[in-house]
Design a protein around this ligand. Structure first.
Ligand SMILES: Cc1ncc(C[n+]2csc(CCOP(=O)(O)OP(=O)(O)O)c2C)c(N)n1
Length: 634
């Protein structure tokens, strides 16, 4: 469907044009932007719910502030579609998340209006504080710095670290807490309870009204309004608001909550707040999925719904002929339930990715054995260590890209104490349209550097089940299993679980010309490549190594003693990953074979479909065929 531009949006490409509108035209513009987002994302899917909810925020912020000189820092950045549309990217918006198109997240190289690159959560306050302090040091006293952060992202430790630091900084920092009461799944934890309390407390509401009255006067006096601000402080001093407001305790001036989908009111309030110096927080309430009934009613699914019918809002099922294999994440979700039914020590942990990881399936069956700890990867890992040190077997399911947050916890809290924690790393390898911030490229490299850690990657879903079974057997120590996004082949659900001896690879095909050593799902590309090469009379050995650590040394000695050309294939960083481990093995044992490595190169790979990205990085079937040919016929 061609995106329709309403009569206001047609004339707006940059904030300077937005500023020409009257305040009372802003609600119409918001409607037009929403329609435009829906037109595009119905056929070219993206992060829908958060962006629909933040349209008024983007419009009001660009109306009141003076970006790019003032800095707007969007946390996670998945809610910033309206911001993109208003800052020079409207005509390219239909290429959202496409190969060579525009990123789904703010990105400094894409636009000067994207003050800070994001994708992972809870960074906005720290980054905005850094900018605010830099402005102060550079004598830019009037520049504004605004961090826009959701209630879910506020549960991340970094956000609280940022608040703690910022509260005493005396900088021009405004934090907008965009509270829609939900992360991807239902929000969890004490902060959520607290935010609900603030909205409903009568004392707060009474004090809030006093504050707004005084604040209204402040804006008339412009930048010289500090005296009036002092009145606000006095009004709330000693009151419950001062004593028990979490954000006031961090030395922020707290304002709100107000309706963040009321663009006119929001604009007025932001104008008022612009004239106040120092760290401030504005708490706004918004509706995730605003403007599309289905998205408002089913906020988890419409966080990132895939393609949907523009008229009805109903999600269009993926077309897939024949019997469709389940997603890898569903195989994990189903298997952990089977294992937990047999082994009462097993518990599941997720940092705010209940449905993304499919741990929601276990939550339904065994609610007391699943823990959604909020967007808190570091805490998730150390929490797992605590559970394991008391005899439980936690399956800590974290997307590969988010696991990066918890590197020290892996080393210091889990592996050093050799605790039995199972790490299931979903979205291992390239992830497609989410792009550079989300590719799970590094886990194989950094996990293999950690002593005591078993590092594995199944080639197919049946192997995933066997590895999960193996990992929960007694005394395995820390054990990681990484698997990709998407679907593979139908697993063998009926076969009883089998143990895979730790460090044991599998010879899939014996040949003589070149040996291919693969790890994980890309072994399937290698299998296809073997077939293509066989037709051309090239006879290739192929081993699914299954473990990066420990390596199957017996199998490797066999391979290296019989082949002078070895090709490694992985869906992960070439720097320090599986191929590097094979190079080290060959060097350590004096093998002189020519070794070529395929994997993610030493640069950031941008967004695109998985097929496009595998091709770009050269380790799809065609890439493997080509590499083998080059090795034997250089
Ligand atoms: C470190 C990290 N962990 C997990 C995620 C996955 N993630 C993306 S958006 C999101 C929910 C954010 O909730 P909130 O801040 O309330 O924003 P909303 O989507 O509700 O607007 C999560 C968990 C992430 N981006 N970064």
């Amino acid at each position: 469907m061609t995106p329709v531009q309403g009569k206001l949006l047609t004339n707006i490409n940059y904030p300077s044009e937005l500023k020409k509108l009257n305040e009372n035209q802003l609600p119409d513009l918001c409607r037009e932007i929403r329609d435009f987002i829906l037109d595009v994302t119905s056929s070219n899917p993206g992060h829908l719910g958060a962006s629909l909810g933040a349209v008024e925020l983007a419009v009001a912020l660009h109306y009141v502030f003076n970006a790019p000189d003032d800095k707007l820092i969007w946390d996670v950045g998945h809610q910033a579609y309206a911001h993109k549309i208003l800052t020079g990217r409207k005509e390219r918006f239909h290429q959202l998340r496409k190969h060579d198109g525009i990123s789904g997240f703010p990105k400094r190289t894409e636009s000067e209006y994207d003050a800070f690159g994001t994708g992972h959560s809870s960074t906005s306050i720290s980054a905005a504080l850094g900018m605010a302090i830099a402005s102060k040091m550079q004598g830019e006293q009037e520049r504004q710095h605004v961090a826009i952060i959701g209630d879910g992202s506020m549960t991340g430790g970094m956000a609280l670290e940022g608040l703690n630091n910022a509260g005493v900084s005396n900088t021009n920092l405004l934090v907008i807490l965009n509270d829609n009461g939900i992360a991807i799944d239902k929000s969890t934890g004490a902060l959520k309870e607290y935010l609900i309390h603030i909205q409903t407390s009568r004392t707060y509401n009474r004090l809030k009204n006093i504050t707004w009255k005084i604040l209204g006067k402040a804006s008339k006096y412009g930048p010289n309004s500090q005296r009036i601000v002092q009145q606000i402080e006095n009004a709330i001093k000693g009151s419950l608001l001062k004593k028990s407001n979490l954000f006031e305790s961090f030395s922020f001036r707290y304002f709100g909550p107000i309706d963040g989908n009321d663009v006119v009111r929001l604009t007025k309030v932001l104008k008022d707040l612009k004239n106040i110096k120092g760290p401030r927080i504005l708490h706004v309430m918004t509706v995730k999925g605003k403007g599309l009934k289905e998205a408002e009613n089913n906020q988890t699914v419409y966080h990132s719904p895939g393609a949907f019918d523009r008229k009805t809002g109903k999600i269009i099922d993926e077309k897939c002929p024949g019997k469709q294999a389940p997603k890898w994440q569903h195989v994990f979700g189903k298997t952990i339930i089977e294992l937990a039914e047999q082994n009462e020590k097993i518990v599941g942990i997720t940092p705010a990715m209940l449905s993304g990881s499919s741990l929601n399936m276990m939550l339904q069956k065994m609610p007391h054995r699943v823990f959604d700890v909020g967007i808190a990867e570091q805490h998730a890992v150390t929490f797992a260590a605590g559970l394991a040190s008391s005899g439980l077997i936690p399956f800590c399911n974290i997307y590969s890209t988010f696991m990066q947050r918890a590197f020290d916890q892996l080393i210091h809290d889990v592996a050093l104490q050799n605790l039995d924690v199972v790490f299931c790393l979903d979205r291992g390898g390239l992830v497609g349209e989410d792009g550079a911030t989300h590719h799970g490229a590094y886990d194989l490299a950094y996990f293999r550097s950690i002593p005591n850690m078993t590092v594995s990657a199944p080639m197919n879903e049946s192997e995933l089940r066997s590895l999960m079974y193996t990992a929960q057997l007694p005394g395995q120590g820390p054990f990681s299993i990484r698997y990709p996004k998407g679907r593979g082949v139908m697993p063998d659900w009926k076969t009883p679980f089998v143990e895979i001896p730790v460090g044991k690879g599998k010879m899939l095909h014996e040949g003589k010309d070149v040996a291919i050593l693969s790890i994980g799902h890309v072994g399937n590309f290698a299998t296809e490549a073997c077939k293509v090469l066989a037709e051309e009379k090239t006879d290739v050995t192929h081993c699914d190594m299954r473990f990066v650590k420990p390596l199957d040394e017996r199998l490797l000695h066999e391979v290296f003693s019989q082949h002078s050309h070895v090709l490694t294939v992985e869906d992960g960083s070439l720097q320090g990953g599986f191929g590097s481990a094979i190079l080290e093995f060959a060097q350590d044992h004096g093998y002189g074979a020519a070794i070529k490595r395929l994997g993610v190169p030493d640069r950031y790979v941008e967004q695109g479909s998985l097929e496009e990205l595998y091709r770009e990085c050269g380790y799809d079937t065609a890439g493997i065929v080509q590499a083998v040919k080059q090795m034997i016929r250089p």
